[in-house]
Design a protein around this ligand. Structure first.
Ligand SMILES: [Zn+2]
Length: 267
């Protein structure tokens, strides 16, 4: 099965980016201005007149009730920043629903969603999922018990707020391993969005794993449109860069994060 996932974060003016989501310089590189986000939505609706669907609908399609496009489009937002409320409104104006992945340890922090907002988004048809409890930057490096704790705690909190288990999650930090997926499955996750830039879905112990293409603060709207239509050149370029970065991260390990942060502080 193939599907196209797009990964966004906050939508907030650059000057006040700390008002929504994580306050670091690294996080800021993924936060988009409202004006640019509007351009992205325009490009997406031009490139995909069939619209965007949610993972709930994807499950229905897998079990056989059809769907017009061979590669359904899903729009996701990581971290659970306060700007999710604005994003949801803009999506709804296009008749779309999004996926909001909440770092549950941040619920109620002024820069993040609170329980009432999560309930409101859920009631309006958006998908709420887990983005771990504490947002470890190297999820794949955690022990089995740490993974169980990150997914389990996060899932329990969302269940308490929304009244039912949410079978969906996305991985913080981008470091995917099969163990991360297995632990998510044990915590009740049936659909796991990763940061692997691929359209091809795969399964781990009954958990459907999906790739995503990330969009950053500087990504032009045309890029979003091209990813959404599955432009092979662009999709391959992100995959090639991702694989190269993976090799580098493996060699450099935690040093990579320190070097990256040091570079970002200077820029
Ligand atoms: Zn995140």
């Amino acid at each position: 099965m193939e599907a196209i996932g797009l990964m966004y974060h906050d939508v907030v003016e650059h000057g006040v980016h700390r008002q929504s989501g994580f306050p670091t310089d690294d996080a800021a590189t993924y936060k988009m201005s409202p004006a640019l986000f509007d351009q992205h939505l325009g490009a997406l609706s031009r490139s995909r007149p069939d619209g965007a669907i949610t993972a709930r609908e994807l499950t229905r399609r897998i079990t056989g009730s059809g769907g017009s496009h061979k590669r359904p489009l899903m729009i996701t937002f990581d971290d659970g920043g306060k700007s999710s409320m604005y994003i949801a409104e803009r999506l709804e104006q296009n008749g779309w629903r999004g996926h909001f992945f909440m770092t549950t340890g941040q619920i109620g922090d002024p820069a993040f969603l609170d329980a009432d907002e999560l309930r409101a988004l859920h009631a309006r048809g958006h998908v709420i999922g887990s983005h771990s409890h504490t947002h470890p930057l190297r999820m794949g490096a955690l022990s089995a018990s740490q993974l169980a704790d990150e997914w389990g705690r996060s899932q329990d909190i969302l269940e308490e707020i929304l009244g039912e288990r949410q079978p969906i999650a996305s991985i913080p930090g981008g470091l995917y391993t099969r163990e991360v997926a297995r632990a998510a499955r044990r915590a009740g996750v049936e659909i796991l969005f990763t940061s692997e830039p691929t359209m091809r879905a795969w399964e781990v112990d009954g958990c459907l794993c999906l790739g995503r293409y990330f969009l950053k603060r500087t990504s032009p709207a045309t890029e979003a449109g091209r990813y959404a239509s599955g432009d092979p050149l662009l999709c391959y370029r992100q995959l090639a860069m991702w694989e190269a970065k993976k090799v580098f991260k493996k060699v450099a390990g935690p040093l990579y994060l320190r070097v990256r942060n040091a570079i970002l502080r200077k820029s």
